[in-house]
Design a protein around this ligand. Structure first.
Ligand SMILES: NC(=O)c1ccc[n+]([C@@H]2O[C@H](COP(=O)([O-])OP(=O)(O)OC[C@H]3O[C@@H](n4cnc5c(N)ncnc54)[C@H](O)[C@@H]3O)[C@@H](O)[C@H]2O)c1
Length: 286
């Protein structure tokens, strides 16, 4: 199969990432089957997509007609059988190994043979997920960045089993979405989180040890290193619980103490200070 033969894409999970992935596929002319477990999750996702497309109309990136057409191409579904129509599938359910395996097995059974299946996991081994399906050679990592409609990068992760065809097709598909795919091999944290999470962790250690305030740490990185966001602002945006979970994956995956999560991060998570989503992290969000 080549990228030009793909007309219909299934997206599993209509949360933060799933609705963004559905948005970019629909905006690029693909029919999208957006699957979640309950109708209210799908309704909320469609509202979010509509709001985000409205913003693109206001910024004159697309026309009102483009918006209406894109929304019309998304077919929200709770039935797993709807996946039979898909030519490509992307999984974006929560980052929990047992859940991912269950959803991927279900999708594997519902998709036609030979249809590529991608996971948007941030940290779970693509090689081990591929092995759970009957189509390991058609399995790949497609790590979109949040917010999906805005961020250019897709980290495309080859499992040891991924075929050259699946890899080439996925890279071409990213280009068709107007994204910049970057190819990496499967390893804990891939490249994005393996490099980012130790930076966030060190920034947290600087605060814990009284080296500097969060504002000062972020100011150094923004003004000195030209980062658009400081590492602690970014950690609050990602979610401190998510950061700790990914550090845990790196720590276990490499068996190297340099990846141990900073105790201050753990303390904040224990307090329910998860960042933006809970109203407080390194900063307060009233
Ligand atoms: N949020 C981020 O910044 C970010 C960035 C990159 C990658 N990721 C990865 O993307 C994935 C999804 O993250 P998210 O932040 O969108 O999560 P989320 O919790 O916002 O959304 C997950 C959605 O999956 C749905 N779901 C649960 N079980 C399902 C099932 N059996 N079938 C279909 N849908 C099901 C949930 O109802 C929910 O709507 C995770 O693997 C995460 O690591 C997240």
């Amino acid at each position: 199969m080549s990228a030009s033969e793909i007309k219909t894409v299934a997206v599993l999970g209509a949360g933060t990432m799933g609705n963004g992935i559905a948005h970019v596929f629909a905006r690029s002319g693909y029919r999208v089957i957006l699957r979640d477990i309950e109708q209210p999750f799908l309704d909320r996702a469609m509202e979010t997509i509509k709001g985000n497309l409205d913003r693109e109309v206001k910024k004159a990136k697309i026309t009102e007609a483009d918006k209406t057409a894109a929304l019309g191409r998304i077919n929200p579904q709770t039935a797993i059988s709807s996946l039979a129509e898909a030519d490509f599938a992307v999984e974006a359910v929560p980052e929990n190994l047992d859940l991912k395996v269950r959803v991927l097995k279900e999708a594997d059974a519902a998709l036609r043979p030979g249809v590529p299946l991608a996971s948007n996991t941030s940290s779970i081994s693509i090689t081990s997920l591929a092995a759970q399906t009957s189509r390991p050679e058609h399995f790949i990592g497609m790590h979109f960045m949040n917010p999906v409609p805005v961020m250019q990068l897709v980290e495309v992760i080859r499992a040891i089993q991924t075929s050259d065809d699946t890899f080439a097709l996925t890279m071409a598909l990213c280009e068709k979405l107007g994204k910049k795919p970057v190819a990496v091999n499967d390893a804990p944290g891939f490249v994005s989180n393996r490099v980012l999470m130790p930076l966030i962790n060190e920034a947290a250690f600087c605060v814990m040890e009284g080296v500097a305030t969060p504002e000062s740490v972020d100011a150094v990185m923004k003004m000195g290193m030209n980062h658009p966001m400081g590492p602690l602002e970014l950690a609050d945006f990602i979610g401190l619980d998510v950061c700790v979970d990914i550090l845990e994956v790196l720590y276990k995956g490499f068996g190297d103490p340099k990846y141990r999560a900073c105790p201050l991060l753990r303390k904040y998570v224990a307090a329910g200070w998860l960042g933006r989503k809970s109203g407080r992290g390194f900063y307060k969000y009233p």
